[in-house]
Write a protein that binds this ligand. Sequence first.
Ligand SMILES: Cc1cc2nc3c(=O)[nH]c(=O)nc-3n(C[C@H](O)[C@H](O)[C@H](O)COP(=O)(O)O)c2cc1C
Length: 212
Amino acid sequence: MANLDFIYNRKSVRQFKDIPVPKEDIVELLKAGTYAPSPKHQQNWHFVVLQNKDIINKMADIVTKNHEKIGQLAKNEKDFKRHMSTINYYTCFKHAPVVIIVYSCEYKMIEYKILKENNAPQEVLDVLVSPQSAAQGIGAAVENILLAATQMGYGSCYMTGPTHSKKEIENLIGFEKEGYELMSMISLGVAEDDTPKQPSRKPLEDVVTFID
Ligand SMILES: Cc1cc2nc3c(=O)[nH]c(=O)nc-3n(C[C@H](O)[C@H](O)[C@H](O)COP(=O)(O)O)c2cc1C
């Protein structure tokens, strides 16, 4: 049997030791990310690496403020508190020595362009874009990074929660590339001792169907 421990050992890590990650390791992980498949090999990703504690903390402050602001939509104090109880899920990147911000650009689908120019009905165009190929390419790249990080002895966490503050984070970071927007982030570092176990999985028979 193949040794798939690097897959089974990966788990989301949200607490990190205060140990820097050497640049060559970060570069290796990013390289692994770029070996992911992408729709029509458009490699529609860009990674911005943050290691500056001040910027990472500012980003966590922005996310917390926005989370509170959104929480004000709750109709009562109890629901506001329930909403705020998830804040660690949105800001746990602040404990990481490295945060990789993942940007993506639109997947340029030539068929879509041709059909649109030929006045294809909107429902056909909608079906073409429904797989959200750009996002799927990003997911593949992020997973490569997470698995490589596990193999190299690092802890990591895939995060999209903070993207409710994407505009403010984009402004804070100041990274700009035509057509690219912030999609997700990865916190990375040496895991704290005794971080929570990986949650159990649904049984395979619940999520797999063989059709003969
Ligand atoms: C697309 C995506 C977005 C996620 N966003 C967050 C997040 O914002 N914050 C967080 O703490 N974990 C986030 N996670 C991690 C999940 O909570 C985690 O993968 C899941 O609970 C299973 O746990 P495991 O990764 O330890 O196996 C995200 C995972 C994925 C795939």
